[in-house]
Ligand binder design. Structure first.
Ligand SMILES: [Zn+2]
Length: 679
């Protein structure tokens, strides 16, 4: 076993040596050892302490992470048939083991004894938080309950898992059930990328010509670009009635009963755990502590955004009537009309901006900003084992030149690599028992590779993506907490975890920051003022409409869980209509069935948590406003942000960290400004 590179004790994973056949034996060995140590811990009669009860678990979790992070990373960025063959089994073994630990009542009792000990209050803050989080998670998993509540809770959990899968499968089946063959005339108005998408869909179905489908990019392309209004209406209707009692496949994949059942069981489970409802349960792991706080936030935002959205939709109606000949603007027209209006107002295409965003220059600019604001230097290191020759490794150095963290960057799209952009943990900071492990991150993007005679050129959205993921990276890498479970992004309330990433995005809209890297790759010319002004104007285009739509989703989700009454059932459509009366400026037809395919809240992890998107954005904008006040490169403000937010990770409540940095509670003014809305 000692030749298995996944069990290597070195500083970095040995990507050059890891093979699919190493996965299963390494997972089996580490989990068997983990189980044996937990058994020994439980059998140990000595009084429970943080050091003898929590730290051994941290050490074992760290071993699992050291072994599993390179495997799951390879699965995402360098997949192969051999890896795919062993991956699901190993993943299941690890996740089953996690569930087993979460259900271990003896372990719960042991952790509780640490919290109940007389000296608990004298432990360092991070240690106390680690214990409190552990107990909270045991309670939320039902382990702390007495019989028969414990068995009933387990039954409900299993039923909810099954219902979530069924919900998602119904949406998937409904999405695939509807297609429509089309010719180039029907698809007039679509850009080449949209046509190619539909040509590929036809090819995949063994057909000639074009096939319109309900995959999001296809729907997006039709609703934004197709001149054929009847086609837009058919696609809108099919898409927004998926898995429901309406539309072309009415009743076939209907999620109506599942929605009612999911809400009923969530409510019952929350009550068993001692919460008034599922919304309160959701807030147990979030920063917005009370339902009233969430509702106030959303209602306040709605009140400010709605007048702007109303003006926007009035202008859009007028434009559609006079310039597009659409007298009665319908939901299937808004995306199309908005795109035409946007082009007319700003005449700004991604292609105009790309030459100013060459990846090497953008990266240099990003590193310069991080250096100036946070006093951190990144130095490329050659000779590190990687999974592809394009991957670079950077050491992070402090002012004294000491290496305190590391980071892999993998920029380019290629086959065998999953799409999108993300930051993932490779190693966590962990100091214990002679171990001094430094944090290491993976930063993954899917940017276009460079050509033979030109660098990789990014859209402005891609530049924002790069800064966003780098923000997550900084959160992980600049942590000063020694226990992985509450260091960096771990243990942070999840409506606050996007703070550092969304915070970093703001630099992409600052003239001083852009001046560092937005230069024409051929002429060296700085991004012209005129182009920058159009970028800013386009940024705020239909901001009110965007906000009221997000608020509608968030309010619907939250109130659905908060106001559930077992005596009256789910009342899903009634509540949706009520929310729309308050916030919507374009009311969809009565047959529209948005809830039936709302996977975020019925099969994803966003139940009573959809508001988190806007909440984190508020925090990020408000935090960045302190930089706007003091200068966007102000080193003292950078230091304060680093110390109050980045360094402490999940070791204390996010609200406390925010208050320390801002000197007050979060306020929405900066968020509204970032949307071009007056506060
Ligand atoms: Zn993010």
């Amino acid at each position: 076993m000692h030749t298995n590179p996944l069990l290597d004790a070195g500083d970095l994973p040995r990507f050059g040596a890891i093979r699919p056949e190493h996965v299963q034996p390494a997972v089996a060995a580490v989990l068997a050892d983990y189980r044996a140590r937990i058994d020994a811990l439980i059998a140990d009669p000595t009084p429970r302490t943080f050091a003898n009860t929590l730290l051994p678990q941290e050490a074992q979790e760290n071993r699992v992470e050291r072994l599993w992070s390179p495997v799951s990373h390879l699965h995402a960025v360098a997949d192969s048939a051999a890896l795919r063959a062993v991956y699901p089994g190993a993943e299941e073994a690890i996740s089953d083991f996690g569930i087993e630990l979460g259900q271990n009542r003896d372990l719960f009792v042991a952790v509780k004894a640490v919290a109940d000990a007389a000296d608990f209050g004298t432990l360092p803050r991070a240690a106390r938080t680690l214990v409190e989080h552990s107990l909270r998670d045991f309670r939320l998993s039902g382990v702390a309950l007495e019989e028969p509540a414990r068995s009933r809770f387990r039954e409900i959990s299993n039923a909810l898992t099954r219902l979530a899968t069924e919900f998602e499968e119904a949406v998937l089946d409904a999405t695939q059930a509807w297609t429509e063959s089309a010719d180039a005339t029907t698809l007039a108005g679509l850009p080449e990328t949209g046509l190619e998408l539909m040509r590929a869909a036809a090819r995949a179905a063994g057909q000639d010509g074009f096939l319109v489908t309900l995959t999001p990019p296809s729907v997006q392309a039709i609703l934004t670009h197709a001149q054929n209004r009847a086609l837009r209406e058919r696609v809108y209707t099919a898409y927004h009635t998926r898995a429901s009692d309406q539309g072309p496949h009415a009743g076939e994949f209907d999620n109506s009963a599942r929605i009612g059942e999911i809400l009923r069981l969530r409510h019952e489970a929350a009550r068993l755990l001692g919460f008034a409802n599922a919304a309160e349960e959701s807030l147990a792991t979030k920063m917005a502590a009370t339902p009233a706080r969430v509702l106030d936030f959303l209602h306040d935002l709605a009140r400010r955004a709605r007048p702007v959205a109303l003006r926007e939709v009035a202008a859009l109606r007028e434009f559609a009537r006079t310039e597009l000949g659409i007298a009665d603007l319908q939901p299937w027209d808004t995306g199309y009309a908005a795109e035409k209006l946007r082009l007319k107002q700003f005449a700004l295409s991604e292609e105009d901006l790309k030459p100013y965003f060459a990846l090497p220059a953008v990266m240099d600019g990003l590193l310069a900003i991080v250096g100036r604001v946070f006093g951190v230097r990144l130095r490329a290191r050659d000779g590190v084992e990687v999974w592809h020759p394009d991957v670079r490794f950077y050491d992070l150095l402090d002012a004294a030149g000491h290496v305190f963290a590391g980071c892999y960057v993998d920029w380019y799209a290629r086959t065998g690599k999953r799409g999108g952009a993300w930051m993932d943990v490779c190693r966590s900071r962990f100091r214990h028992d002679g171990i001094a492990q430094i944090p290491v991150a993976y930063l993954t993007c899917n940017f276009p590779p460079p050509g033979p005679h030109r660098p990789s050129l990014l859209t402005h959205d891609e530049v924002i993506t790069l800064f966003h993921e780098f923000g997550h990276g900084l959160h992980h890498l600049l942590t000063q907490i020694d226990y992985p479970s509450v260091a960096g992004i771990d243990g942070v309330e999840w409506d606050a975890v996007e703070l550092p990433s969304q915070f970093m995005e703001n630099f992409c809209w600052q003239r001083e920051a852009l001046a560092l890297f937005a230069r024409h790759w051929q002429t060296g010319q700085v991004l012209p003022d005129e182009l920058f002004a159009r970028m800013l104007a386009a940024r705020h285009f239909h901001a009110g409409l965007f906000l009221v739509r997000q608020i509608e989703f968030a309010l619907f989700d939250f109130r659905l869980h908060l106001e559930f009454d077992p005596a009256r059932g789910a009342r899903t459509l009634e509540l949706l209509a009520d929310v729309r009366r308050e916030v919507a400026v374009i009311t969809p037809p009565a047959w529209q069935r948005m809830p039936h395919s709302f996977t975020h809240i019925f099969s994803g992890g966003y139940a009573a948590g959809y508001y988190s998107y806007l909440w984190a954005e508020l925090l990020a904008a408000d935090a960045f406003a302190r930089f706007e006040e003091n200068g966007v490169f102000d080193i003292a403000t950078g230091e304060a942000f680093r110390e109050s937010i980045l360094a402490v990770g999940g070791s204390r409540p996010a609200l406390e960290s925010f208050r320390e940095f801002r000197g007050r509670e979060p306020q929405p003014d900066a968020l509204l400004r970032s949307y071009g809305l007056a506060a």
